[in-house]
Design a protein around this ligand. Sequence first.
Ligand code: FES
Length: 130
Amino acid sequence: MTTVSGNKGLQRENPMPTITFATEKKEIQVPEGANLRKEALAAGVSLYPGVHKVLNCHGMGSCGSCRVLITKGMENTSPRGLLEKARMGVSMAYIGNEETMRLACQTRVNGDITVTTCPATNLYGENFFS
Ligand code: FES
């Protein structure tokens, strides 16, 4: 839907959210409430490292391999559900990334976000054993 607002000319009302994939330098627009995993895969963005490209739970929220970092716009995503909280609770990769890490398959996009796919696990970083 478009509206004309004052002298600013034509402005869009309720524009579609934009997902920016930082590593891939790719932007896509998606319907509000879209599933992050489905939209990434449809856009040809690889979410899975290594063998997980084949061996993953296909969006059931149990394997943890679709984890991403939401580096901007976390407030524009759906809240973590019980399944995601439980899965992240047993993930070493989550340590030190509690504010930004999400499972793409459990994340709905309600506004603009920036995503880093396949984040490295920082096994030797200062946050790991603290
Ligand atoms: S695809 Fe397995 S947890 Fe998301």
